[in-house]
Design a protein around this ligand. Structure first.
Ligand code: GDP
Length: 177
């Protein structure tokens, strides 16, 4: 009912990481604003977006950080990871290399983040099924070995986007709530 004085019980910082062009910005746009920009890359300067949701009768404000293109220059700084309670490790399922780089991103994340951080592996662009270069089983195996949650998404078609954010936020709530 347009309750602008809504009390926020928790603020959870979640960071998006992964190679350039895997769809991080579009996943965030889809989740936070239910939007998808065909002509993306207006990211520079935007650091995070928020969305408030109810989990277990508590008001949770998700503060989702985007790298804003820094990853292209390998310039993701420790400030980016600071205070994060969740991380989404995104690859493009049509680009094998973006998946092969996940181990490196995970290592960097684990070197910077809190040890209780909840991590979700995300194979984005599942709408491009005929171009798939990463079998689901490969990602599942990696996720299992590294103790990550895993989901395949399409920011373009909205597939699993809401579900993956809700899943990670619920898991974060179980630990930090
Ligand atoms: P970022 O660099 O990781 O933030 O990637 P962007 O969100 O800017 O997306 C890179 C490119 O992939 C853009 O051309 C997007 O339109 C496209 N893209 C992002 N998500 C999807 C998706 O789910 N499906 C398809 N087909 N294209 C996508």
């Amino acid at each position: 009912y347009g309750d602008y004085n809504q009390k926020i019980d928790y603020v959870f910082k979640v960071v998006l990481i992964g190679d350039s062009a895997v769809g991080k910005t579009q996943l965030l746009a889809r989740f936070a604003r239910n939007a998808f920009n065909v002509d993306s890359k207006a990211t520079i300067g935007v650091e995070f977006q928020t969305k408030t949701l109810i989990i277990d009768n508590k008001t949770v404000k998700a503060q989702i950080w985007d790298t804003a293109g820094q990853e292209r220059y390998r310039a993701v700084t420790s400030a980016y990871y600071r205070g994060a309670v969740g991380a989404m490790l995104v690859y493009d399922m049509t680009k094998r290399q973006s998946f092969d780089h996940m181990a490196r991103w995970l290592e960097e994340l684990r070197g910077h983040a809190d040890k209780n951080i909840v991590i979700m592996l995300i194979g984005n662009k599942c709408d491009l099924a005929s171009l798939r270069a990463v079998p689901t089983e490969d990602a599942e195996e990696f996720a299992q070995r590294e103790n990550l949650f895993f989901m395949e998404t399409s920011a373009l078609e909205s597939t699993n986007v809401e579900t993956c954010f809700l899943t990670i936020l619920t898991e974060i709530y179980k630990i930090n709530g």
